[in-house]
Ligand binder design. Structure first.
Ligand code: SF4
Length: 346
């Protein structure tokens, strides 16, 4: 297939490439608040949270935030808060028990039939609720020459038919490496599908450029891209364009969200998200209960509220626009459906 050329939406002579957008990401909470015209005194004592895990947010994402609004749902996802330093019962550094499912460096293998590769430890954005915020990336960050054990692991297990690129964000890796890795995986006959979990094309839509489309479309593997979009305000024209370009190249686009208190825990917000995802060509697939990672307890939504949201969404939307409500549990062999009383699906 021939890769699309994505038209620039800017009238500027110089349209920054994704690497430049990444390099100029905001790393200081005060700088972000200044840009958003928010009085820094509205911020609680977040210094320790910033020191524990610094803010990182590229400008194309900041531009979708509302000026002067400390409660903006995009800002809430990235702004370090003092609440992150409070311990909460049941919240831990490894909520999904991934360190026990790490058979060789770079591989996480929890579920039958699919294995996950930690392609890149880096992310374009630091999401404060991230369940891998304490993951030992230092033991799983491999140079190109160090991937052979992981590739041997995939080749030696014929039950694996799907490889998942994860991280960090796998699209933070450069395209030469991604092309090479995808060729290595396609050379393993029993692997049929490549699934890519990413937030990068949402945060920086220019990531979907010619070079990225080249390795995505040059492979024999069926490619599925799972976007991680939590709020309809995250989807602007450039994001829609990037998604539609991928869709035209035959890439399946799914979305998974995380339910986040005071970000997207309202029926209207979730309904608008499903509608906008579908407009962009992305199917709303999963909505996850928050993984109980230390530092994120203030994002937790109660089971009672989740049940209410699910029932209200089913009443509001056709069934194919209602994502599956799921959670993950350490040691479980699959994701678990959140089982609430049966409701009719139309
Ligand atoms: S892994 Fe995903 S959720 Fe976690 S910080 Fe990176 S982009 Fe955000």
């Amino acid at each position: 297939m021939t890769a699309d050329i994505i038209p620039h939406t800017s009238t500027d002579a110089h349209q920054p490439c994704w690497q430049e957008e990444l390099a100029t990401a905001i790393r200081d909470p005060a700088a972000l608040l200044k840009l958003l015209e928010i009085d820094p005194t509205q911020l609680d004592s977040s210094t320790a949270a910033q020191q524990a895990w610094s803010i990182r947010v590229p400008l194309p994402y900041v531009q979708r935030m509302g000026k002067g609004d400390i409660n903006d749902p995009l800002l809430k996802q990235v702004l370090p808060l003092g609440a992150e330093m409070l311990s909460a019962p049941g919240f831990s550094s490894d909520p999904l028990g991934e360190e026990d499912a790490n058979p060789v460096p770079g591989v996480v293998h929890k579920y039958h039939g699919r294995a996950l590769l930690i392609i890149s430890p880096a992310c374009a954005i630091h999401c404060r609720y991230c369940f891998r915020r304490h993951f030992p990336y230092e033991n799983n960050t491999l140079g190109k020459g160090e991937w052979q054990a992981a590739l041997n692991y995939l080749a030696n297990d014929e039950s694996i038919s799907e490889v998942i690129y994860s991280g960090g964000d796998p699209l933070a890796a450069n395209d030469n490496f991604l092309l090479w890795m995808t060729e290595q995986i396609a050379a393993i006959p029993h692997i049929k599908r490549l699934r890519i979990h990413t937030r990068l094309p949402l945060v920086i839509p220019s990531r979907i450029d010619q070079s990225c489309l080249h390795w995505l479309t040059a492979t024999r593997l069926k490619v599925v891209m799972v976007w991680h979009i939590n709020h309809p305000n995250e989807i602007d024209h450039a994001v829609t364009q990037a998604a539609q370009t991928l869709k035209r190249q035959g890439i399946e686009l799914l979305n998974q969200s995380v339910l986040l208190k005071q970000v997207n825990d309202s029926t209207q917000t979730l309904a608008a998200l499903s509608e906008q995802l579908f407009e962009a060509g992305i199917l709303p697939y999963y909505i996850h209960r928050l993984d109980k990672v230390a530092g994120a307890a203030h994002f937790n939504v109660s089971d009672e509220r989740i049940q209410q949201l699910q029932q209200e969404l089913l009443a509001l939307l056709p069934g194919y626009l209602v994502p599956r409500f799921v959670c993950e549990q350490a040691g479980a062999r699959t994701k678990l459906a959140l089982s609430f009383p049966k409701t009719d699906i139309a």
